[in-house]
Design a protein around this ligand. Structure first.
Ligand code: ADP
Ligand code: MG
Length: 236
């Protein structure tokens, strides 16, 4: 029974994604087709529309590229890795872009390394998506604060920005595929983030206040150090 429910739920989600994708691709396709027909009918030089056509094609390319993240075979590449290292790698990747927009990035690391089971490529993709969103949301001279801590069971990573915030009626929509408020957004970033968090048995929450900023709170189970495991075993 439950398996059947899960299967039909999966099919429903796949159906929604597929129709959303078809819809998103059809619009730029229609535009490109229109330009081509117009140029043929009017004898207009296609070069006049070159930039517009290129924009639409790039958009379709972004969409299909990001969409593949959903359907990629679930190749699990999990190993014990440091979340601290992962955050530092992502900061290195985005720093020059952030600095050129006048943003500052701060990272409050936990004192000892937070070890967890992760697919590092996916974890980097997740953090990069979130930090890109933060950079895009803030006008120049914003700041991104990240804080990593842990307790016996979980790691908590907070990614906070002082951007414009998210209106409360949009808060439950931002994780939906294709929801975007950006002119050239795909709306796929956060839904991919959500999936990556789920694949890591984690949780992802958002808090936001208009004019103050937005914070994403991620938690992941940590790899418990051996001596603690032994203590627990002794107790139970
Ligand atoms: P995209 O970035 O392509 O728009 P996402 O799924 O990454 O798609 O984000 C969806 C929407 O969530 C964004 O368009 C934006 O409205 C909102 N959002 C995400 N992160 C932030 C943030 N840090 N501050 C304000 N709004 C955000
Ligand atoms: Mg995004």
């Amino acid at each position: 029974r439950e398996e059947q429910m899960q299967r039909s739920e999966k099919l429903r989600v796949i159906g929604e994604l597929a129709s959303g994708m078809a819809h998103e691709i059809r619009n730029p396709l229609t535009t490109v087709k229109g330009f081509l027909q117009l140029s043929k009918a009017s004898g207009y030089n296609i070069e006049n529309w070159y930039a517009l056509i290129m924009d639409e094609i790039n958009r379709m390319s972004d969409l299909t590229g990001e969409f593949l993240q959903f359907s990629k075979p679930h190749r699990t590449n999990f190993r014990t890795d440091s979340l601290n290292d992962c955050v530092l790698k992502v900061i290195a990747l985005i720093e020059s872009e952030a600095i050129s927009s006048g943003h500052e990035i701060q990272f409050h690391e936990s004192t000892d390394d937070v070890l967890m089971l992760m697919d590092q490529d996916k974890m980097i993709q997740l953090l990069l998506n979130m930090m890109k969103n933060a950079c895009e949301a803030m006008e120049s001279n914003g700041s991104i604060h990240m804080k990593l801590s842990r307790d016996q069971k979980n790691a908590t990573l907070i990614i906070a920005d002082n951007g414009p915030g998210i209106p409360s009626d949009q808060l439950d929509k931002i994780f939906h595929p294709f929801f975007t408020t950006k002119e050239t957004g795909t709306g796929l970033g956060l839904s991919i983030c959500y999936k990556i968090v789920q694949d890591h048995q984690g949780t992802l929450e958002v808090e936001s206040e208009l004019g103050i900023g937005t914070r994403f709170i991620l938690t992941f189970p940590v790899v418990v150090p051996m001596h603690v495991e032994i203590n627990n075993a002794a107790v139970s």
